[in-house]
Design a protein around this ligand. Structure first.
Ligand code: SF4
Ligand code: SF4
Ligand SMILES: [Zn+2]
Length: 379
């Protein structure tokens, strides 16, 4: 709920764009140790409300999990940062295996609001007839949206925060997803997303592989929408599946400055940036059209400003300036429901900053700019 002006706990600046969930302004985050400490302590408090570990465990003598960059070392009776894995009776347990995942799925009619739909085969027909079922938008067809529980980040603006409640997830087998798809020729893509897929990548990879092996020549693209901090070997396998099916990998690059990233998500962006570069370098030239990957950034008011976007765009362009980049207008959600929709001026400053470096830039959720103040749009 929008509650007016907040005060930065370090410098005392007041602004309607400072979120109480972070507690300080961007400048304090970047320039002061105290500023980052305030933000981190807010993350710890939030996670304890959901019964999740405040930070990745590093328990001496514990068992390691390296599925994502959290690299948890989990002691007896503890859970990993995502809550999907843990240790009991001296053994690693997991709510997700290669055969069974913890998720929710639904059919999303094309053209979906997928953040890469502005250039992908489902919306444009590019790749027809081998990778799209029509030469234009695939109206009358569906994306199978595969929406995981459990995440390796702790984003304060998460639209899917209810997926922190792992007990609400449904156990779904890989075979169930494949059979559902084979029996419905109107499903033309799978998108793994929700809470980010990294803690359940072994399941997602296995189900995707089974589909690719059994679908024959049929169009069904495999796509990923993630925070990108998975183990590089798994990220590479995911990108391979996208490449052979003409799907794509959507990296959410939430901030470039490491401290701003930690304040927004609770975690570092280092692995995400490394994996983004890995997928570009290993896969982009083999299939530049339609691209095998794209990047998105949510324009969080005040914190993800033109400077952040410029640095992200410069980073992407240093690898290849043809990579599509989508800027998304923010709307209040979860713990950042106390700040407004991205100010219009910030949106266009960010757009111009991105265009200085990249050839293909899109702004998504533009309709949000015209919502009356105080009215909360549907997610
Ligand atoms: S999941 Fe992939 S193919 Fe489907 S709409 Fe999104 S980007 Fe397009
Ligand atoms: S998947 Fe990541 S967050 Fe979860 S237990 Fe493993 S290393 Fe930790
Ligand atoms: Zn400040």
């Amino acid at each position: 709920m929008l509650e007016g002006i907040a005060t930065s706990a370090v410098c005392g600046t007041t602004s309607a764009l400072i979120s109480r969930s972070i507690g300080v302004c961007k400048r304090c985050l970047v320039e002061s140790e105290k500023g980052l400490e305030v933000a981190i302590s807010n993350h710890r408090r939030l996670r304890s409300e959901f019964g999740l570990p405040p930070e990745p465990p590093r328990t001496k003598g514990g068992l390691p999990c390296n599925l994502c960059a959290a690299n948890c070392v989990i002691g007896e009776g503890e859970a990993g940062y995502c809550g999907i894995r843990g240790v009991g009776n001296g053994r690693l347990w997991s709510l997700s295996t290669t055969e069974q995942g913890l998720l929710h799925y639904y059919l999303d009619p094309h053209v979906t609001n997928c953040c890469n739909a502005w250039w992908c085969p489902a919306a444009t027909g590019c790749g027809y007839p081998r990778y799209a079922v029509t030469s234009g938008p695939e109206v009358g067809h569906f994306n199978l949206a595969l929406f995981f529980y459990g995440c390796s980040f702790n984003c304060l603006f998460c639209q899917n925060w209810t997926h922190k409640v792992l007990s609400c997830g449904k156990r779904v087998s890989a075979r169930e997803l494949v059979e559902l798809t084979l029996s419905n020729p109107r499903i033309t893509c799978w998108c793994w997303f929700g809470w980010s897929p990294e803690p359940q990548l072994p399941f997602a990879l296995n189900a995707s592989r089974l589909l690719v092996e059994s679908k024959g020549e049929r169009v069904c693209r495999i796509c990923w929408e993630w925070n990108g901090d998975g183990h590089p070997a798994l990220v590479r396998r995911a990108a391979e599946l996208s490449q052979v099916t003409c799907g794509n990998v959507k990296f959410d690059l939430k901030a470039f400055d490491g401290r701003v990233h930690v304040a927004l998500t609770g975690m570092s962006n280092r692995r995400t940036l490394e994996n983004f570069e890995l997928v570009c370098r290993e896969f982009f030239d083999a299939r530049p059209e339609p691209p095998v990957l794209g990047a998105t950034t949510l324009l969080v008011p005040h914190y993800v400003d033109a400077e952040e976007v410029s640095r992200i765009a410069e980073f992407i362009a240093s690898i290849d300036d043809r990579i599509p980049y989508s800027l998304l207008v923010f709307h209040p959600d979860f713990r950042m429901d106390d700040v407004p929709v991205t100010p219009e001026r910030q949106v266009w400053e960010c757009y111009r900053a991105a265009r200085r470096h990249l050839k293909r830039v899109n702004v998504g959720n533009l309709h949000l700019l015209y919502w009356p103040a105080g009215i909360r749009p549907l997610a």
